[in-house]
Design a protein around this ligand. Structure first.
Ligand SMILES: Cc1cc2nc3c(=O)[nH]c(=O)nc-3n(C[C@H](O)[C@H](O)[C@H](O)COP(=O)(O)OP(=O)(O)OC[C@H]3O[C@@H](n4cnc5c(N)ncnc54)[C@H](O)[C@@H]3O)c2cc1C
Length: 399
């Protein structure tokens, strides 16, 4: 892959130099040339008013596609035991908003085998259409079959946006589909908006270790694909409306899959479901030690809340890894989030900032968490939490 500059078309306007965040383009005799530190991001290609710059890719034969042919927003459903995963429902809620802005249909794409009796229930989640791909083999998840079917469906139907849960399954097939379609894919988005003028999806996600938020768009390819973790968007309200159901029976041949699922082993360990928790009490380094974490557990117990924490508490072995909240942990959106001794680093905030009510307890009045908290208590958590627990117990006993 390389950047090609057509010297006859280049006018030396320097737009490409300004667009290059790596400083990898310079002018020589008023003609642009590319330096070795170019990372082939293609930003210069887009800004050149003379169309003098192109990205020569071996895998995509620089085909210009007519993006106006692509219409519609799709959510690919993830499911388990005949239930749709919450992240797919949350994507339907966001997808509805995007589809209304773009004035197109919202479709739920579901691959499986025994959903005939569930489609009516699913149709309450606000989509205009359900595309149900039915095949006995799809009772289990096969990455190559998902990739094949979704790619074929996209080529035939041309949706402009595809939203997928950033679960292990979604993270497995989404890039495979994107590669086959030469489409852009942004992983782990925390925000999705539309630029109505260009119909580009503005996909926001943390980058450089969470130090900044980047907004990514894929202006010259379609569909625009994004994965999103559970808890980022709201659950949809149930609505009764006419939903078009397209059932497509698929027959697969043995050669369609290099995989063979021999046995499915269910996880036996009680896993924590922080994503669905209504109340969470989370502790940070300010708690002080593993032993002192007991006070956080006690507050969680009296509130019937789940226990969570910052990454440092996991690294210090005060808390199990599946209770870590943040960029490299879980994304949560409980009704109530109590942050105890947590400073409010961006990597923590991206995992909990959508909580309904955030209460922060911190002895530093300038801790960044207070910029996000609806209620803040400045003081030593070891004095405040016991008093809180006592008060909650008293209130409960009076009820
Ligand atoms: C790539 C990357 C990914 C990351 N992913 C995550 C992630 O998923 N989740 C995550 O949480 N972090 C993550 N981090 C780490 C993050 O940057 C912060 O270091 C971390 O969130 C800080 O944890 P903390 O708030 O518990 O600790 P600190 O920042 O040390 O804050 C402790 C707070 O406790 C307060 N305090 C101290 N004693 C008391 C007391 N007695 N009473 C009340 N308050 C007290 C202090 O004033 C302070 O504000 C990541 C970092 C990187 C680089």
């Amino acid at each position: 892959m390389s950047i090609i500059i057509d010297e006859e078309l280049c006018t030396g306007c320097a737009s490409c130099m300004e667009s290059c965040i790596y400083g990898a383009i310079e002018l020589d005799n008023n003609i642009a040339f590319v330096l070795p530190n170019c990372n082939l991001c293609g930003a210069c290609v887009e800004v050149c008013p003379e169309e003098a710059i192109s990205l020569d890719r071996d895998d995509v034969k620089a085909q210009k596609i007519d993006i106006s042919q692509f219409k519609g927003v799709w959510v690919v459903a993830e499911h388990y035991k005949k239930k749709i995963h919450n992240v797919s429902l949350q994507l339907l809620c966001k997808g509805r908003e995007l589809a209304d802005l773009l004035q197109v249909n919202l479709s739920l794409v579901i691959l499986g085998t025994d959903f005939d009796d569930k489609l009516e229930e699913f149709s309450l989640y606000g989509m205009d259409e359900i595309i149900y791909i039915k095949s006995p083999i799809l009772k289990d998840y096969y990455s190559d079959l998902y990739t094949k079917v979704i790619t074929e469906l996209v080529l035939e139907n041309k949706p402009e946006i595809i939203l997928i849960g950033a679960t292990p399954t979604g993270r497995d097939f989404a890039p495979r589909v994107a590669k086959r379609l030469s489409a852009g894919l942004t992983a782990d988005c925390t925000g999705l908006e539309i630029n109505l003028e260009t119909r580009n999806l503005l996909q926001t996600r943390p980058t450089y270790g969470g130090a900044i938020m980047a907004t990514i768009r894929t202006p010259s390819s379609r569909p625009q694909m994004a994965t999103v973790r559970a808890g980022i968007f709201k659950m949809p309200e149930k609505v009764k409306k006419n939903v078009n159901i397209r059932k497509l029976e698929y027959e697969f041949k043995e050669k369609d899959s290099v995989l063979k699922i021999v046995k499915v082993i269910s996880k036996t360990r009680n896993s924590v479901n922080l994503e669905d928790a209504k109340f969470i009490v989370a502790g940070g380094r300010g708690v002080g030690s593993k032993e002192k974490f007991r006070i956080i557990e006690e507050l969680a117990e009296v509130l019937d809340a789940e226990l969570g924490g910052s990454r440092i508490t996991v690294e210090l072995n005060w808390l199990d890894p599946d209770r870590q909240i943040g960029q490299t942990g879980k994304t949560v959106s409980p009704k109530l989030y109590i942050a105890c001794g947590i400073s409010g680093a961006i990597q923590h905030l991206v995992g909990m900032q959508n909580s309904g009510i955030i209460v922060a307890i911190n002895k530093d009045p300038n801790a960044p968490i207070f910029n996000w908290a609806h209620y803040g208590i400045v003081g030593d958590l070891h004095e405040i939490i016991p008093a809180l627990i006592e008060e909650i117990k008293k209130t409960k006993s009076e009820q």
